[in-house]
Write a protein that binds this ligand. Structure first.
Ligand SMILES: [Fe+2]
Ligand SMILES: [Fe+2]
Length: 154
């Protein structure tokens, strides 16, 4: 699963890298389903899982940013919000219009690419900050454990 994230985009923090790998796996699975499947229900289910997982993952990063006063947290949070909005729009399209338009939208979105861009622009910098703050030991976050992933915040 770790292979989902290119080496140069790994943060070196196991929790974050494994969640990125799962997000990318779900994103790719969804792209394939939108392209090949005749079943909007299956695509919709994967999209829902991806959305829930993305919300939980973003929530963890945001908790760490807030907790440690990360200087770039507003821009990073805004990037999360934009991604969540794209997922919402895609969900709406798949749910209301089926796969044909969902496919059009997903191709515009290129979800996995969008995720990789986000990781490269924002998450690798956050990881470097966390390391500089001394809250990372080896490849693990230490001491203050962020809250468990929460339910999507709507
Ligand atoms: Fe992330
Ligand atoms: Fe992020």
């Amino acid at each position: 699963m770790a292979d989902e994230v290119p080496a140069e985009l790994r943060t070196g923090i196991a929790l974050i890298d494994s969640q990125h790998a799962e997000l990318l796996r779900l994103g790719r699975e969804l792209m394939i389903l939108l392209r090949d499947s005749n079943s909007p229900d299956v695509a919709f289910r994967i999209l829902s899982v991806l959305t829930g997982y993305a919300h939980a993952h973003f929530g963890i990063e945001e908790e760490w940013m807030e907790r440690l006063d990360y200087p770039d947290r507003l821009a990073h949070r805004a990037a999360h919000d934009a991604f969540k909005q794209e997922l919402r729009l895609l969900e709406e399209e798949v749910s209301n219009l089926g796969l044909a338009t969902g496919l059009g939208r997903s191709l515009r979105l290129l979800l996995p690419d969008l995720l990789l861009t986000h990781i490269g622009q924002h998450d690798t910098r956050l990881a470097a900050f966390l390391r500089a703050k001394g809250v990372v030991e080896g490849d693990q976050l230490k001491s203050t454990t962020p809250p468990a992933p929460s339910a999507p915040d709507s």
